[in-house]
Design a protein around this ligand. Structure first.
Ligand SMILES: Cc1cc2nc3c(=O)[nH]c(=O)nc-3n(C[C@H](O)[C@H](O)[C@H](O)COP(=O)(O)O)c2cc1C
Ligand code: SF4
Length: 506
């Protein structure tokens, strides 16, 4: 018996000494690697110990998110916003207790003006449908004011696209393909689809990157594809094309995009054939003629003189020539991958650009003709309602829908290691994302958000959200006092209008 114990103890001692020796050998190897390498000064000066700096800074991100950050502190989206989406997506009711944790004092905070006589429930209406592209062969009557923003297949995984497609169908909203082409996964849920033509024309390109009309027509032949969006720029990277790292260019993605497999996919920083507003209208006209469907543009606005020139040119050509919609992205929009200076400091935020765009269209009598779709950090009902008040007809969200799919804001979308399976093509990580469960969450999120915008509209005394205007929201100023949005952005005079021709009397 004693012999047995002794032999177990000596084996354990041997293992311990062996492991210590192995550990020591490892430290010595790391020491020599660190002291001889030249890329990292800290590791060269403090071999082995310097490595802990990297470990602690990545752990710091984790600890801040879960233990130290307050509810309203994190960026780009704070915990309160993410949890609102999570509760909405679960569909378990979205009330909170005791009182608001939101600080309402900072300048820029919107305060909606409730009416002393809110709309009675019996008079309350659901949001009406809204028509886009009245002059084209197949106008689109859109049901939902809140829709899924462009996110390419490639940036997104197969199960994420599947869940969004089915969820959009259940909620009655549209799904924008993003610049990565149209896949069978977009179509399988049966939802309305907006096909985006990016600068590389993925899915509708010739080998030289120019537009292939036959492929475009084939996309338009899908009944589900309701509209075409020409991407001029996006908020997270104005002046830069899409970036899809090589690890994410799988066989299927390469096939859908029409590019070689396993090679990083970088699209041009603009459409080579669009050099002016005249070219832009020519291109819109061409796509609309080939497809017969509403065609618009997407851009983030920085310089804005060109929008006035665009309106002037539309007046020269006639009202039919106008883009059917303008998707206005905020400078603070998200993406799969982009350089930090573009992400941080280029392009106006919606707070400034949305009233401005809407006013320019109003000034030229085009406000009803060109529908405005706003996107950029609008994930909760009050943010969406503000955009409607300021001048949007629709609001799109990308990251809001990612949260509904289970995104935890780990911010590794460009690394193919997304822990929730949304932006990775690693089958092991995709296993976590079950489209059958997540499609319900996508639909719940969309429906709850629209419902709460409706509730907000009724509180302001109007029947439905699109009756909200600038007078319904006040903006807190530096002094702590608020002033109405229609005083900050009064509607300009109409300087040019279209002669309305009665189709009967001519
Ligand atoms: C993962 C991901 C992929 C995206 N891909 C595209 C794209 O292909 N084309 C595009 O115009 N915008 C793309 N965007 C930008 C969004 O469509 C949207 O303009 C922007 O994120 C603002 O909306 P959000 O604040 O609701 O995310 C992408 C965004 C994300 C997060
Ligand atoms: S969990 Fe992280 S990596 Fe995945 S989509 Fe969300 S932010 Fe991107």
């Amino acid at each position: 018996m004693a012999d047995g114990i002794l032999s177990v103890l000596s084996t354990l001692t041997f293992i311990l000494v062996f492991l210590l020796g192995l550990g020591l050998a490892g430290v010595i190897v790391l020491f020599f690697i660190d002291i001889t390498q030249k890329q990292d000064a800290v590791r060269r000066n403090y071999p082995v110990i310097g490595r802990f700096r990297h470990l602690f800074s990545s752990l710091g991100e984790f600890f801040r998110q879960y233990f130290f950050a307050m509810d309203r502190e994190e960026m780009p989206f704070n915990r309160a916003e993410r949890e609102w989406v999570e509760r909405a997506a679960k569909g378990t009711g979205n009330t909170i207790a005791f009182g608001s944790t939101k600080n309402l004092d900072p300048a820029g905070t919107p305060i909606f003006v409730n009416c002393p006589f809110p709309t009675l429930e019996k008079d309350a209406a659901e949001t009406a449908t809204c028509t886009l592209g009245p002059y084209c062969e197949k106008p689109f009557e859109a049901k939902s004011l809140f829709n899924i923003s462009a996110m390419s297949f490639g940036a997104l995984s197969v199960p994420a696209v599947q869940a969004l497609s089915h969820g959009a169908k259940m909620a009655g909203c549209w799904m924008n393909t993003g610049e990565g082409g149209l896949s069978p996964y977009h179509l399988e849920g049966g939802c309305d689809i907006v096909f985006q033509i990016g600068t590389a024309k993925y899915g509708v390109r010739n080998d030289d990157g120019s537009l292939n009309d036959e492929k475009l027509r084939a996309i338009a032949d899908h009944e589900q594809v309701r509209m075409f969006e020409i991407k001029m720029s996006q908020g997270a990277k104005p002046g830069k094309g899409g970036i899809l790292p090589a690890a994410k260019v799988t066989e299927t993605i390469a096939k859908v995009r029409g590019i070689p497999e396993g090679k990083a996919s970088i699209s041009p920083n603009r459409h080579p054939e669009i050099n002016s507003v005249e070219d832009m209208l020519d291109f819109v006209d061409h796509v609309r003629k080939v497809t017969g469907k509403p065609t618009g543009i997407k851009a983030v606005v920085g310089a804005y003189g060109w929008i006035e020139s665009l309106c002037e040119e539309i007046h020269r050509r006639g009202i039919e020539s106008a883009p059917d919609f303008f998707t206005l992205d905020g400078g603070d929009g998200g993406t799969g991958a982009a350089p930090m200076p573009l992400m941080d400091n280029v392009g106006l935020q919606l707070d400034e650009s949305l009233p401005m765009l809407s006013d320019i269209f109003h000034k030229y009598g085009l406000r009803e003709r060109i529908r405005i779709i706003a996107s950029g950090k609008r994930v909760t009902p009050s943010e969406v309602a503000w955009a409607i008040c300021a001048g949007a007809d629709f609001v799109n969200s990308a990251r809001g829908f990612m949260f509904s799919l289970g995104c935890i804001q780990a911010m590794k979308c460009n690394k193919n290691t997304c822990p929730t399976g949304i932006t990775t093509h690693d089958p092991r990580l995709q296993r976590g994302l079950d489209p059958t469960d997540k499609k319900v969450k996508v639909a719940n999120y969309c429906k709850s958000l629209v419902h709460e915008v409706e509730v907000l509209a009724h509180s302001c005394g109007v029947d439905e959200p699109r009756q909200l205007g600038r007078k319904h929201v006040r903006i807190v100023q530096d002094s702590g006092m608020s002033i109405p949005l229609d005083e900050i952005h009064p509607r300009p005079e109409v300087v040019r209008n279209f002669k309305v021709i009665d189709p009967v009397s001519g």
